[in-house]
Design a protein around this ligand. Structure first.
Ligand code: ADP
Ligand code: MG
Ligand code: MG
Length: 209
């Protein structure tokens, strides 16, 4: 169908918690190369807390679900990524407040508001080697995916996020801890862009069910 309801949104986050748990070691290894080796643990801790919070959560208001996700990530992930992922969900929660289900236009608006919030907070521009480099291309792909189902459009968005994360490899980091390395940050994939890809891949999978 062309909409997402509260059940699907919860399934998305549960899947994300699973996938991030499975990839915790990979995310930590990426952060070991250009950061402080905690991105896997940060994200796994946050999404495991979120999963607990959603288990008994009502499903009739997408905005309320996303708000719980954002608040929980904000208070449990820590580091640079916690406030940024928190902002993504809290901005999306504002767009979806009171809505039992969300259509494609609202999903686009939510993602765009999330990206704007992340950039306002973290000041990262495209190609600064951050999670913006996965989310930005994903949003453009989602917006450009015409004449396909919602699930397919989200799958194209996730693929763009994957490519965006991979394209951070040659970049020199200009934000966050990795920027302290200067030129030595080149040659490694950004951990946050990678977790953002996993999050969007989980969304595409939940929408396809
Ligand atoms: P920390 O760097 O504090 O240990 P994490 O390891 O959890 O936090 O997260 C690191 C990730 O956060 C980076 O890989 C990058 O994608 C993202 N990041 C860091 N600073 C910014 C920023 N200013 N804007 C956007 N993303 C950022
Ligand atoms: Mg780190
Ligand atoms: Mg840290």
């Amino acid at each position: 169908s062309g909409i997402l309801n509260g059940d699907t949104v919860v399934q998305w986050i549960e899947r994300a918690a699973e996938v991030i748990g499975e990839n915790e070691k990979t995310l930590t290894e990426l952060d070991a190369a250009i950061g402080d080796s905690d991105h896997g643990a940060n994200m796994a801790r946050g999404f495991s807390a979120v999963r607990g919070k959603l288990a008994e959560h009502s499903r009739d208001d997408v905005g309320a679900i996303l708000k719980t996700v954002g608040m929980t990530l904000l208070s449990t992930v820590g580091g640079a990524s916690g406030p940024l992922y928190g902002t993504l969900f809290l901005e999306a929660a504002k767009v979806t407040a009171g809505k039992p289900e969300i259509d494609r236009a609202t999903i686009l608006q939510s993602l765009a508001a999330g990206l704007a919030g992340i950039q306002k907070r973290g000041k990262a521009e495209p190609l600064d080697k951050t999670l913006v480099d996965a989310l930005g291309p994903a949003i453009r792909a989602f917006e450009g995916a015409e004449g396909v189902s919602l699930a397919e459009a989200l799958s194209q968005a996730a693929e763009a996020a994957r490519q965006g994360a991979e394209a951070t490899i040659p970049l020199v980091a200009r934000k966050g801890r990795a920027s302290y390395l200067g030129e030595r940050s080149a040659g490694h994939q950004d951990p946050g862009a990678t977790s953002m890809w996993l999050l969007l891949q989980s969304l595409a999978e939940a929408a396809a069910e």
